[in-house]
Design a protein around this ligand. Structure first.
Ligand SMILES: Cc1cc2nc3c(=O)[nH]c(=O)nc-3n(C[C@H](O)[C@H](O)[C@H](O)COP(=O)(O)OP(=O)(O)OC[C@H]3O[C@@H](n4cnc5c(N)ncnc54)[C@H](O)[C@@H]3O)c2cc1C
Length: 643
């Protein structure tokens, strides 16, 4: 596809911006032809190196060099996996000593650091190291400047329900605990949609429009395209209209409505009872075998399940679907449940943690506006003398006890930073990283832990944020979110604009003639294939498609959907940021929670051995900020005697 920079993104983005953050001297771009055909085995993307045009434009502000997995992170992780590290790299004397080292600066690592700082004795110190240029893991933000308007959008984790206030902080866990402990506000400001305009409803995050019960809070358009001929029809708010405008055969219409409206078909006295009954089957098996529901509902459920868990109904445990909750297992979520999203999504939580742990890590004061909208000061993160330090661009390569785990008095951590190997010694280590990484790094990990790690399955995910100069083409259709069937060569399944939270002086407009961000949350699922093959194929695509190739696909998809309502890429698109997450989600497959007998790999990993404990949101099965931070808190508490 010929590339025309001017028509894609306008003149304000220069070639230099466009290739920011790329790995200098990286190998040739990967051809799209490197991808396996569906049903075939995926090529090993790691045998390839990422091309100079892989990472692409990163926006403005401090996160412009850290959007999704950076090429350096991908390549270093694969060197670790393949043991492509020079012999003798670990023959180093530690230059520094800490009481606690936390590997992984996502929500779990920050939860561990928060617990450390709350309970530490005078003089105790902690180092958080993360391989990305910015702290936050999957909870980071993108920033654009479009016609003078600042726009902030999530790179991944984005939404949450405002939790009940915690009555007793000492007993609280998960979301209510962090909400209270970090002092997060409960009321937020949003722009009002003017009454003189066509009535429109807006999602406040990037998920709600996919969820039965919440969907009615958004003007959702379903696009029904006739394969290949460029035509198609929109059905707006189709579930509210009982599919009246949807061009579907009667049988499909009935199957879809039956699924969407099926409330709690099974009742359980406790989560334990639900787990034993439901974790033995996939959500698809539950719908087919227990509710005799047809294909249409199952495939529709894939949209949300794959967006929230990485794979669809055929791979996700019915118990996970019960927890989410999904139709057939629960009544719809009350539409007044307050689901919101900070401007940068869950980076808002990261920012609250940072301010608590290192008070000058963010410019300004402790008020919500400064925390959410002011720049992170990377120079403040890693200064000698601080009780908690944070080191970015640092990949842990080898972690092992100094001697037998049960007797050792310390742990040695070897890491790579800016091409140099370094060592630190710690009294204890929290591995706030996932099971795709830990067995390659934690050298003296017992065999039972290795076996447990091998049982996790991680799915990739792509968040593409498209900055728009205006969104008249959506207004024209009367929608703020779109859902479509993917066609050969197409891109994505869904996209939406949010009603943007206003925070102090950060006040993005809610006006079709003004800029906004259109977010495509894009899973890689291939229903029917073996789950391992699905994630391998997905990762091969995620790593194998260059930025210009994705750019072309996204513009083509938008043209297919919106050209007839006036979309013109040359005028309407101001910028595109790709956030690629290679191991975005741990898939909660049937049996993940222990199935009928109750024994699960995560139980092994939730126990420390010696001075090393594991914490990552993967252990919860449904990745979410509160439980993620709780895993870190638990890991830190387990090591209290070692500190
Ligand atoms: C697209 C997407 C949407 C999501 N939406 C939501 C949402 O709406 N709400 C919600 O609550 N949650 C959401 N989540 C889930 C989110 O993943 C969790 O809430 C949480 O942020 C994960 O934190 P974590 O610390 O467990 O993992 P991560 O965020 O994965 O952090 C782990 C960190 O460790 C680093 N690391 C790994 N190996 C090494 C090494 N060897 N050396 C140094 N560093 C290393 C990783 O690169 C990463 O930075 C979403 C996730 C994705 C991918």
């Amino acid at each position: 596809m010929p590339r025309n920079r001017k028509t894609r993104f306008g003149a304000s983005i220069t070639r230099r911006d466009f290739v920011n953050g790329m790995a200098a001297g990286a190998g040739a771009a990967l051809a799209a032809g490197a991808l396996a055909a569906p049903g075939g085995s995926a090529p090993d993307p790691l045998a390839l190196s990422l091309g100079a045009d892989w990472y692409g434009y990163g926006g403005v502000g401090p996160y412009r060099h850290s959007h999704g997995n950076s090429p350096e992170v991908v390549e270093a992780a694969h060197r670790v996996r393949d043991r492509r590290i020079p012999a003798g790299f670990d023959q180093l004397d530690p230059a520094e000593e800490f009481d606690l080292v936390i590997v992984g600066g996502g929500m779990a690592g920050l939860g561990a650091a928060f617990e450390f700082s709350r309970t530490r004795r005078s003089g105790q110190t902690c180092l958080v190291m993360d391989n990305h240029p910015m702290i936050g893991g999957e909870a980071k933000e993108n920033e654009f400047l479009v016609n003078g308007q600042r726009l902030i959008a999530p790179q991944g984790a984005n939404g949450f329900f405002v939790p009940e206030a915690a009555a007793d902080l000492s007993e609280a866990r998960g979301d209510p605990y962090y909400y209270a402990a970090l002092g997060i506000p409960r009321e937020f400001a949003y722009p009002r949609w003017p009454e003189q305009m066509k009535p429109l409803k807006f999602c406040r995050d990037n998920y709600g429009y996919l969820v039965a019960g919440l969907q009615r809070n958004t003007s959702v358009g379903h696009f029904f395209g006739a394969a290949g001929d460029g035509s198609g029809a929109w059905a707006v708010d189709m579930f509210e209209q009982r599919l009246a405008g949807a061009p579907l055969p009667e049988a499909s219409r009935r199957a879809l409505l039956d699924w969407f409206n099926s409330g709690a078909a099974r009742r359980f006295d406790s989560p334990e009872q639900a787990r034993r009954a439901l974790d033995t089957m996939s959500y698809e098996q539950f719908l087919r075998n227990e509710l005799a529901l047809g294909e249409e509902g199952i495939r529709y459920a894939d949209l949300f399940l794959a967006s929230a868990c990485g794979l669809g109904s055929d791979c996700v445990s019915a118990y996970a679907a019960w927890q989410l909750p999904m139709p057939g297992l629960f009544g719809p979520i009350p539409p007044d449940a307050r689901r919101v999203s900070f401007p940068g999504g869950n980076s808002g939580f990261v920012r609250h943690f940072l301010k608590r742990l290192i008070p000058d890590a963010i410019e300004g004061g402790t008020n919500f506006e400064d925390l959410i909208t002011r720049p992170i000061r990377s120079e403040a993160l890693d200064r000698p003398g601080q009780p908690v330090r944070m080191r970015t661009r640092a990949t842990a390569l080898r972690v092992s006890h100094d001697g037998p785990a049960e007797k050792a008095g310390s742990v040695l951590v070897i890491y790579e930073r800016n091409g140099k190997y370094r060592a630190v010694r710690a009294r204890a280590v929290v591995m706030a990283t996932g099971s795709w990484m830990n067995p390659h790094v934690v050298d003296d990990m017992p065999p039972s832990y290795r076996e447990a790690c091998a049982k996790f399955l991680h799915a990739p995910f792509l968040v593409a944020n498209v900055a728009l100069t205006n969104w008249r083409f959506l207004y024209e259709l009367g929608i703020t979110a779109a859902i479509w069937d993917r066609e050969e060569g197409g891109f994505g399944f869904t996209c939406n604009i949010r009603n943007p939270m206003h925070v102090g002086g950060y006040r993005p407009p809610l006006d079709p003639g003004q800029p906004t961000v259109l977010s495509f949350y894009t899973p890689f699922h291939s229903p029917g294939l073996d789950p391992a093959a699905q994630v391998a194929l997905g990762r091969a695509e995620l790593l194998g498609v260059s930025y210009p190739q994705y750019e072309a696909r996204i513009v083509r998809q938008m043209t297919r959907l919106f050209a007839r309502s006036g979309f013109d890429p040359a005028v309407d698109v101001a910028g595109l940021i790709l956030n690629r997450w290679g191991h975005a989600y741990s898939v909660p497959y049937p049996g993940f929670y222990g199935g009928a007998n109750g024994s699960a790999p995560r139980d092994t990993l939730r126990k420390n051995y010696g001075r090393i404990a594991f914490a990552h949101s993967e252990l919860d099965g449904l990745q979410h900020y509160g439980p993620a931070a709780d895993e870190g808190r638990r890991a830190c508490q387990q090591l209290a005697n070692a500190l």
